[in-house]
Design a protein around this ligand. Structure first.
Ligand code: GRF
Length: 206
């Protein structure tokens, strides 16, 4: 059984999708050991508590630097023997040292088809505004492993969503979230079944 940690900063609907996928026995080879948040009032923490999952709020103000914060977080990951770290709306860039330690074990979900519409500043409604302004007809979501760049890691799963003429950033966000809630459990299921193999920049599903 793989032990999963989920990192949230906000609403946590993707966390909920993972919780449900485990409850419904879609994911059978892993479980969520703990949910961390850098925000005290993140609703994701409530969702975890409601499902009987351990939670931990780590207050950035209590650490001297990002390095110290991530060092502490990394210690926690080790003490809970975490196999997979899922970023689910986690609004903090992880330090290089942390990323090195957990290489190939950190996933993220992004609300666009990477490598388009990713990178610094591309979060929340900014992504969907940029998508609409660009005139693309198709957008979607991407689950990827996290590397040292922002939104540049090996891609695991993508799902497409059509951009309609009357879409607003808000309607697109809502439509895409539904697909995110399918894509993230799929990727986590594959990981927990040892079916993901990273070969250079590509992820093979074996
Ligand atoms: C999602 O749109 C996800 O793609 C992005 O942050 C948002 C998190 O939403 N990384 P939620 O907290 O899971 O509801």
């Amino acid at each position: 059984m793989k032990r999963i940690a989920v990192l949230v900063s906000g609403g946590g609907t993707n966390l909920q999708a993972l919780i449900d996928a485990i409850k419904n026995n879609y994911i059978t080879e892993g479980y969520i050991e703990i949910v961390f948040s850098n925000k005290k009032d993140a609703y994701g923490l409530e969702r975890a508590i409601k499902s009987g999952i351990k939670t931990m709020f780590l207050d950035p103000k209590e650490f001297k630097s990002r390095e110290e914060y991530d060092e502490y977080l990394s210690g926690k990951m080790n003490s809970f023997n975490i196999d997979l770290i899922c970023l689910a709306g986690y609004m903090r860039i992880l330090t290089e040292k942390f990323l090195d330690k957990f290489k190939g074990k950190i996933m993220n979900i992004h609300p666009a088809l990477l490598p388009s519409f990713g990178g610094p500043g591309m979060y929340g409604l900014n992504v969907h505004k940029a998508v609409i302004e660009s005139g693309v007809k198709i957008t979607g979501c991407t689950v990827h492993f996290v590397n040292k760049g922002v939104d540049t890691g090996p891609i695991i799963i993508q799902k497409c969503v059509a951009v309609d003429d009357n879409d607003t950033p808000e309607t697109l966000q809502k439509k895409i979230l539904e697909y995110e809630h399918k894509a993230y459990p799929e990727a986590v299921k594959l990981f927990t079944e040892n079916r993901l193999k990273i070969v250079d920049k590509r992820v093979r599903i074996i």
